[in-house]
Design a protein around this ligand. Sequence first.
Ligand SMILES: Nc1nc2c(ncn2[C@@H]2O[C@H](COP(=O)(O)OP(=O)(O)OP(=O)(O)O)[C@@H](O)[C@H]2O)c(=O)[nH]1
Ligand SMILES: [Mg+2]
Length: 435
Amino acid sequence: MSIITLQIGQCGNQLGDSFYNLLAGELSNASPASQACTLDIFFDQKPNSTKYEPRSVLVDMEPKVIAKCLSTQKKPDIWQYNKDMTFCKQEGSGNNWAFGYSRHGPACKDEIFEKLSAQLERSDMTSGILMLQSLAGGTGSGVGSYLIDAIQDEYPGITLMNIGVMPHLTGEVIVQSYNLVLSLSKLYQASDAVLLIENDTINEICTKLLHLKRPNLHEMNFVISHMIGSVFYPCLPEDGAKKVTTTQQCQAPIFEHLPELLTADPRYKLLTIKNLPQMPDSFKDFSNDTWSGLSKRLLQMLISNSSEASINWSLQPTSKSINKSLANLVIARGFESSKLDPSPFTNKAIYSSKNKAEMKFVSDHHLFNKNQRSLSVLSNSQAFVDPLEKHLNNVYNMFEAGAFVYQYEKFGVSKDEMQDSLAIVEQIAYDYANL
Ligand SMILES: Nc1nc2c(ncn2[C@@H]2O[C@H](COP(=O)(O)OP(=O)(O)OP(=O)(O)O)[C@@H](O)[C@H]2O)c(=O)[nH]1
Ligand SMILES: [Mg+2]
């Protein structure tokens, strides 16, 4: 079952490029069954071609980033984007959600949809459409918001998922919180799940665990790709080679467990990933991680809502201020991964009292990211209450002072519409805070 991706804007395209590069790299040490599954989900191959093509449509309003994605230089030579599946214009959205949403979106929709429907037709069975974008610029957030609504209208019933990158809380473009609130409110209404990645957390992992002094976007995307790869890479049963007779049985774990587990209550659709270990490649041969050690650390990361770099060990599952979950998918990869004991993740204390403890455990033999053992949890939890409240505060302050509102009105987005988006995101933060 394949996944069609829509990479939008600088961030969406650079991250998508890094993600497919990671998948292609994993193929080199994967079992034949694992290779077949991964290829079926994420890649296509034209007759007589030696290269695999991502099942992807690349969209940006300026040409630079897509041109880079199309260049073959740094890639392992087994894959390459299809030039026909790209769409770009000459003028970006200038970090303005309204420009992307009201101008570029309607003007570009038809051409983008032609490419999207071509990708959908080329896939025998589709799990869904995955959109990758930043929530802070103008194209990923604005054009992405326009397109997700249009896709929902055009393909009712298809599963839609977004990977949204949240900006650093400080030091970037001043209107980023406006863009974030406007885009999140739209994605949340149209999409089945919104997986959020915080650039601040990724930066912390890069500096504290990978010892990179000033991580660049390429290095950050490498970390994010492994994070998302850990929940998208297929998990095969132990005797996978025998059992997976047709690749149609292959699914990305995140799609497979979406409706019945992760977003069982459709009012709550924010997902987060915590994964470990995070270490430079040169450390991996000396790693003595055990399954029980990894499991202990991951549980603590989950309840203290932290990365591996800043685990708060003073919290207990029964402490009041823990990060409460609605649902968790625990994924172990590597040697004897099926032997991991997932029972600590079934502890009722770590779940909201609003639902029964919901946990599923899946495993796979593949040595993902060159780790002998690695562990991830894909979680629907309170993880984003704090950053959302901070962005909401930025928006209240600017909105009350009338700051920069004209930039949005100029492109036809009224104060009332902005207020509606604000109310939707406030409600999301409130619902999660009160789990
Ligand atoms: N993790 C990560 N963040 C990125 C990357 N590129 C940009 N960002 C972040 O995304 C935000 C800016 O969004 P962009 O994707 O550059 O904007 P865009 O969608 O191209 O929109 P316009 O340039 O305004 O047309 C900032 O918060 C950046 O830190 C990337 O490759 N990786
Ligand atoms: Mg751009």
